[in-house]
Design a protein around this ligand. Structure first.
Ligand code: ZN
Length: 475
């Protein structure tokens, strides 16, 4: 805390404790049940699945869903609290029937005006179906003492919302934690990440034989030299074809996909122009040629020989773009994993998710979250953020997609718990990884696997979490 802040904050520890105690005055109080504005419906599910790129057919394909264990369309479970969101034109906090209203108003008044969601723990009673009318009853569970966090000084406010359907049966619950903090009281990050200090990477040596390759890179094409005499593809480019002796070449444009043929993680000597750790990979393209490149958007420990990768033309400094490779989004399983196919310790394939403005905005709107920091860059900057940030429901949706793509269309989520760390800003790539940490057989076949997962970007861990998935018995 700076001297001026210390002077401005005249409250004693006793004042702070009393304030926190007052905030906890309504702990245990519940709101009246608040009904969702619309029944569970296909258009909202479709918007959600489009935004998350979640292609599980049980959410959107009525024929496939009818033939599944669900017997019809179900909503992605991670949408649980999207149904009760107010959307644009939300009532003001004063009139909203929320158990957290009273401490939130008191926190606003005391200057803790900024808010960020930190935890979301879903428990699912059953999957929601089209036409379900969901109501939420919210209970204030806790308000923390004042804490110094990276974002600022504030209080964590925890609520639990119990969701019921039209027959008053519980369909799920949500434990939700937010941080209400005083803007401008965060710890400043320690002076940049060194990007500005780093000398530029070495320039490629471009000559008459290789110019076509670099011209292609500038156009977003990965070009492979082709002999016009015999059609041989070769990389790196030759002056004379080793097969037929021709000196005449044109080029083919690669589809940009391949697999890791080999890789190494250089550690020494340190080259100041590289960001460590980094991976030098030999990628075998689908066309059969290989090229030396960097494997990016993946932690070194997750790289495997044979891993499918795709090209990403990345501007590494203002004057240089390089064809680097990142793991391909893993294929979505068409048939659901059986319980006996999964072992504790199994790693899920890594999956980079490019974070774009479109993804953040589409996810926010699909989850009816119109908080300005999720769609309005100017207002986000005004609030001290460098750009818009992903909302917690989108993060939940992407985690749900990652797990469901891995486990298959009929894997059933029993719960989904996530904890947020650093924000997801546009331009970042969230690198998802996961591991099976537990497997419990169920009576009557099949069982439940627990997956621990995480998604990190260049700033650190954006999300960590766990989910329990019910998998069917072997056939
Ligand atoms: Zn040839």
């Amino acid at each position: 805390m700076s001297t001026t802040e210390a002077q401005a904050d005249q409250r004693t520890e006793i004042d702070k404790a009393q304030f926190a105690e007052g905030l906890r005055g309504t702990v245990g109080a519940s709101s009246d049940a608040s009904a969702a504005r619309d029944p569970v419906n296909q258009p909202m599910i479709r918007h959600w699945c489009d935004a998350m790129e979640d292609h599980n057919p049980v959410y959107t394909d009525s024929e496939a869903a009818a033939g599944s264990l669900h017997g019809g369309i179900v909503a992605p479970p991670a949408m649980l609290n999207a149904w009760g969101m107010w959307g644009l034109g939300a009532p003001t906090r004063a009139s909203a029937p929320r158990a957290q209203s009273s401490p939130l108003a008191a926190l606003d008044e005391a200057g803790f005006t900024s808010v960020v969601a930190t935890n979301s723990e879903h428990t699912y009673g059953r999957y929601l179906r089209l036409g379900d009318v969901i109501s939420g009853t919210q209970t204030l569970e806790d308000v923390s003492d004042e804490k110094q966090t990276a974002l600022g000084v504030g209080h964590f406010v925890t609520t639990r919302t119990r969701y019921t359907d039209q027959d008053d049966n519980e369909v799920g619950s949500l434990l939700f934690r937010i941080l209400k903090y005083r803007p401008g009281t965060g710890r400043q990050p320690a002076g940049g990440d060194g990007d500005s200090e780093r000398p530029p990477r070495p320039r490629p040596g471009i000559n008459r034989d290789t110019a076509f390759f670099w011209e292609g890179v500038d156009k977003g094409e990965l070009r492979i030299q082709r002999c016009t005499g015999c059609g041989r593809l070769g990389h790196p480019p030759y002056a004379r074809c080793p097969d037929c002796g021709s000196y005449d070449f044109d080029y083919a444009v690669s589809v940009g996909r391949g697999t890791v043929y080999s890789f190494v993680q250089p550690r020494y000597p340190l080259v100041p122009s590289f960001e460590y750790p980094y991976i030098v990979g030999l990628v075998e393209l689908e066309e059969g040629t290989r090229l030396v490149t960097n494997i990016v958007d993946v932690s070194p420990g997750s790289v495997r020989v044979g891993m499918p990768v795709e090209v990403d033309f990345r501007q590494v400094d203002p004057e240089l773009t390089l064809p680097l490779f990142r793991p391909m989004r893993p294929d979505r399983r068409e048939t659901t994993l059986r319980f006996d196919e999964v072992d504790v310790g199994t790693h899920l394939p890594p999956c980079p998710i490019p974070i774009t403005t479109t993804l953040i905005v589409a996810g926010a709107i699909a989850s009816r979250d119109y908080q300005d920091v999720h769609h309005d860059r100017d207002l986000a900057i005004e609030r001290g953020s460098p750009d818009i940030v992903m909302n917690i429901l989108t993060t939940s949706g992407l985690c749900g997609r990652y797990l469901s793509d891995w486990a298959g269309p009929e894997a059933m989520f029993a719960n989904l718990s996530i904890r947020l760390g650093v924000p997801n800003y546009p331009g970042e790539t969230m690198r998802m990884t996961g591991k099976v940490t537990d497997a419990t057989p169920a009576e009557g076949g099949g069982g439940i696997v627990r997956v621990s997962f995480g998604g990190s970007n260049r700033l650190g861990n954006h999300v960590t979490g766990t989910a329990d998935l019910m998998l069917p018995a072997g056939s």
